[in-house]
Design a protein around this ligand. Structure first.
Ligand code: SAM
Length: 334
């Protein structure tokens, strides 16, 4: 694992959080996630209003109103401009509030440690990542159409979480078969049930196991027709595997060995940007950066990704940026 130098500095004038911001921000995060679990954001973003029916719901609605996310007409609530933005981006809130909480909690007993092992709520991170992806449907469409216009094959999603991306792509590339692999067996079990319920079990297979290339191939690979895989995708995982292993090219080389007929690669990940102060990073990334720094998981620059692609003979055919630092790249090779 490679040590990283924190990009942020201790300069108070840039941050300027008040005690109120700290406490209210934490509560707002909890209310946003609860409202999501009740389906409120889906309803509101769909253009409908909500009407709380219990005291608890009423309290949450008023909290969201006070935060500026909702307005009230009679007993019904609807979205404000800010509320629309928060609702669309609620995956980031879920990830920070619920998904990464076990990691941040460990800071209290880690004053003398070099790193804290990433300890996440796997189901929450999976759902958060799928929500983050769903807010940019045109990126899905770009990937899905690229796959759909090629000869049908098999697309593998390495680190597929709850298979939200695979499900969405299966709806666009309707002749393609999909494989998803994730290290979290419980997440895979729940996702397998979802896939069956959606009637997609014929086209989507999900397996539990690690996708980190090691000296010995992982056990799940024995259950896969390796020659059939033509596209490999991985979202928000390559940076971690590259940090834990021997860099980006080593991970990609491992996947290329596993799947000899792989002709397309789709990588979505956060790029490391240079900035003097952590608050100058794109909007959601201060926490993102702290999380990576304390766990020792590196973020990599665009130049580092591109050097690895070039080294292995991959050509970038499309790049889709999201908030500057989240980048999805489609690559091909002859
Ligand atoms: C940040 S999430 C991204 C999820 C999903 N790819 C997405 O973007 O929606 C990282 C995912 O990788 C999985 N993961 C972590 N290490 C892994 C490994 N060595 N092999 C397979 N999956 C892994 C986690 O369980 C988690 O679901």
């Amino acid at each position: 694992m490679t040590a990283v130098t924190p990009l942020f500095q201790t300069q108070s004038a840039i941050g300027d959080f008040t005690i109120r911001d700290v406490i209210e921000g934490q509560t707002a995060g909890q209310l946003i996630v609860a409202a999501d679990d009740w389906g409120w954001w889906t309803t509101l973003l769909g253009g409908d209003t909500i009407a709380p029916t219990t005291g608890i719901q009423q309290t949450v609605a008023v909290g969201l109103l006070r935060a500026g996310f909702l307005t009230r007409r009679g007993h019904r609530y609807h979205l404000t401009h800010t509320g629309h933005d928060v609702g669309k981006n609620r995956g980031f809130v879920r990830c920070a509030v619920r998904g990464w909480e076990p990691t941040f909690r460990q800071l209290s007993s880690a004053a003398h440690d070099e790193y804290i092992p990433a300890a996440t709520e796997a189901g929450e991170v999976a759902r958060a990542c799928t929500d983050i992806a769903r807010r940019r449907p045109e990126i899905f469409a770009g990937i899905g159409q690229t796959i759909a216009t090629d000869t049908p094959g098999c697309t593998i999603d390495l680190g597929c979480a709850d298979a939200g991306r695979v499900q969405a792509l299966a709806g666009i590339a309707t002749q393609e078969r999909f494989l998803g692999v994730d290290i979290e067996a419980e997440v895979i079990e729940a996702a397998t049930a979802d896939v069956a319920e959606l009637g997609l079990a014929e086209r989507i297979t999900l397996l539990a196991g690690s996708v980190q290339p090691e000296r010995q191939p992982p056990a799940w690979l024995a259950h896969v027709d390796r020659d059939s895989v033509t596209t490999a995708m991985s979202f928000f995982l390559l940076h971690q595997l590259a940090s834990d292993g021997e860099g980006i090219a080593a991970v990609l080389r491992g996947w290329m060995d596993w799947f000899p007929n792989m002709r397309r690669l789709v990588v979505g990940d956060g790029y490391l940007l240079e900035a003097d102060y952590w608050t100058q990073q794109p909007w959601f990334s201060p926490t993102y950066e702290i999380y990576h720094t304390i766990t020792g998981v590196r973020l990599w620059t665009q130049a580092e990704y591109e050097a690895a692609y070039a080294e292995l003979g991959w050509t970038v055919t499309r790049r889709m940026d999201d908030h500057t630092m989240l980048v999805t790249t489609i690559l091909e090779r002859r």
